[in-house]
Write a protein that binds this ligand. Sequence first.
Ligand SMILES: Cc1ncc(COP(=O)(O)O)c(C=O)c1O
Length: 400
Amino acid sequence: MGLLSESLARVKPSPTIAVTTRAAELKAEGRDVIGLGAGEPDFDTPDNIKEAAIKAIRDGKTKYTPPDGIPELKKAICAKFARENGLSYEPAQISVGTGGKQVLYNALIATLNPGDEVLIPAPYWVSYPDMVLRRDGTPKIIETGVETAFKVSPEALEAAITPATKWLIFNSPSNPSGAGYSRDEMKAITDVLMRHEHVWLMTDDMYEHIAYPPFEFVTPAQVEPGLYERTLTVNGVSKAYAMTGWRIGYAGGPKEIIAAMRKVQSQSTSNPCSISQWAAVEALTGPQDFLAERAAAFQRRRDLVVSMLNQATGIECPVPEGAFYVYPSIRGLIGKTAADGTVIENDEVFCTKLLETEEVAAVFGAAFGTSPNFRVSYATSDTALEEACSRIQRFAASLS
Ligand SMILES: Cc1ncc(COP(=O)(O)O)c(C=O)c1O
C-alpha cells in the first residue's frame, strides 16, 4: 500500500508559484530578471488597515474566534454585499476563511461526491481543476479563445451541462485573461443556468475592484436574482485591499452550504487569523477611495502593456476589462526558431526561452488551460513593465 493518497497524486503543484520561485532563484544568482508572474498587487496594505491590526493585538484579540469568522466581520461583509452588489445576506449566510482559496476549497469539499462534474471555462485560475480533482470530482473544461476575448458563450455552456454537473465555477474579471463579463454577457450565462435547476454557481469575484471603466463589474446573483438560492458568491480582501499575506476570504450563500463549509473548516484550520479578521473589518468599513485610485494606476499599466505587446511580432493581445493580467496569444510565433536552434513548439518553450534569453519571467498558457498564450501580470512598476515589454518585443523579433 502506497503512502500517498491516490487523489493527491492527480493534483499538480501550482505552476504560477513555480515560475515566481524560479525567477527569485535567478535573481538571487545576480541575474537581472523582471518577474511578470506575480498574482498580487505591488501596492502596500493601507495604513488604516495595518493600524486596526496593531490595535487588535494590543486589545488582546488574539484568541480563537468562531470557526468561520467573528460577528463584526460577518456584519461588515453583509454590509459590503448590500452596498456594492445589491445582495442581501444575513450573518448565517456568510463564511470567512483563510483566503479566498480556502473558501473555494471548503465549498468543493463540502459538496462534491466522486464523479460530480464541475464546469470550468478555460483559461482558468490554476487551482480550480486541481481542487476538484482533490475531491475526486471531474473538472469539465469549456474552451474559449482570443476570438471571443476568452469569454464563454452561452451555447458552449449549454452544451457542456450534463445530469452529473454540480457546479459552474465562474470568474469575472478573470485570472489569467482579465476578461470581464458585461451585464448582458452575464445575463446570457445566467439564462442558461436558469434552465438547468440542478447546476449550482460558484462565482469568484476576487478581482471585483480591479476593473476599468467603461466596464462595470456585476455579480451573477445581482444580474439574475432567480439564481440567488443556488449561488455561492466568493470574494476577499487579498487583491482589492492589497492584503494577500493576511489571508482573509469570504463567501455569501445559502445557509445549508455555509453551515457545511463551517463544518469542514472547524475540522481543519478552525478560524482564520483573529488579527487579520479585525484588519478585514477595517478594510471593508474604512475609507474606500483608494480603490478607484489604484484601479486607475492598474488601468494605465494595462494600456501600456497591451500597446507594447501588440507591437511585438507574432503576438496578439486583447484588451481585458480588469484584473492585473493580460493573456496574449503567440500563435504567430509557434514553429519559429530561437537563436540557439530551439523550435518554439508551444507556450511553455516560449516562456522558458524568454526567461533564459531576455530574463523576463511570465507564465505559459498551458498552465491555465489555453494555448498558445502566456500570462503577464502587470502588478509591477511602469519602468519595469516598459523594459520587460521591450525585451519581449526583442525576443519575438529574434525568432526566425
Ligand atoms: C481568481 C482567483 N481566485 C482566488 C484567489 C485566491 O485568493 P486568496 O489569496 O484570497 O486566497 C486568487 C489568487 O490568486 C485568484 O486569482
